[in-house]
Design a protein around this ligand. Structure first.
Ligand code: ATP
Length: 230
């Protein structure tokens, strides 16, 4: 289990995260939803150790550093120039001290041209390669920032199936998405981040009210305007 307790992060005088508490359990998909600028990426960066300057506690059971057993899919994966997809996968395994494997079986899933330069891939292919690199590492936890964004319909459907299978095999997954349906279809629980605060935590049997709650909390005034217009 990974626990975030009373996380507070500021950039200068701008407090971006206010006393955030969140738990990521093994065998669970935890969705994180929030408007642009709500603080999702900052939360992920603190969780993964990419931001150091925060207060609060982030701890994994067993006393391991979160990063030891956790993979991150960033919003926009970056690849060094002149590195093929295959070399990137090999680099990721070597960086974790894992033995090299034959990627052929794994690549039947995502069908990437592994011998082309990764920085010449399309946006969707780049996301698939970053995902494939996480899959081959067989990590205990995954943090996925907008994994569905940029993927075609086929890959979206496949990714949902992959995430559910990983969850059933015990992986704990933290997932952000602006596509509410993608979150409610895959997640076991969803936290709503508003202005850097966890506004509410929803269990799966409460997802039915989530869309209307969000509409009301985000757009109450506009909904009033809509009623007067239409
Ligand atoms: N390096 C930084 N320096 C200063 N302010 C930052 C920095 N990174 C993020 N912020 C601010 O922190 C707030 C939260 O940003 P963050 O990227 O975490 O939001 P987000 O929920 O991931 O948004 P989006 O859905 O648009 O990706 C924003 O107001 C942003 O301007």
């Amino acid at each position: 289990m990974i626990e975030i307790l009373n996380l507070r992060k500021a950039y200068g005088r701008h407090v971006v995260l206010h006393d955030v508490n969140l738990t990521l359990r093994p065998g669970t998909i935890h969705g994180l939803v929030g408007a642009n600028g709500a603080g999702k990426t900052t939360l992920i960066n603190c969780l993964y150790g990419l931001e150091k300057d925060f207060t609060g506690t982030i701890r994994a059971t067993g006393g391991h550093a979160v990063r030891e057993h956790t993979g991150l899919l960033p919003y926009e994966p970056y690849f060094y120039p002149r590195l093929t997809g295959r070399e990137y996968l090999e680099f990721c395994l070597q960086a974790r001290g894992r033995p090299l494997i034959d990627f052929a079986g794994w690549n039947q899933l995502l069908e990437l041209p592994l011998d082309q330069y990764a920085d010449e891939y399309s946006a969707g292919m780049r996301k698939k390669l970053a995902l494939l690199a996480l899959l081959v590492q067989q990590l205990d936890y995954l943090i996925l920032d907008e994994p569905f964004n940029g993927l075609d319909l086929e890959a979206n459907l496949l990714l949902k199936a992959i995430l559910k299978r990983l969850r059933d095999r015990g992986t704990g997954i933290l997932l952000t998405s602006h596509i509410l349906g993608a979150l409610t279809e895959t997640s076991d629980e969803i936290s709503v981040l508003v202005g850097g605060r966890i506004q509410r935590h929803y269990a799966a049997d409460e997802f039915g009210t989530l869309e209307n709650d969000l509409l009301d909390s985000l757009h109450r005034e506009k909904l009033g305007l809509l009623t007067s217009l239409i």
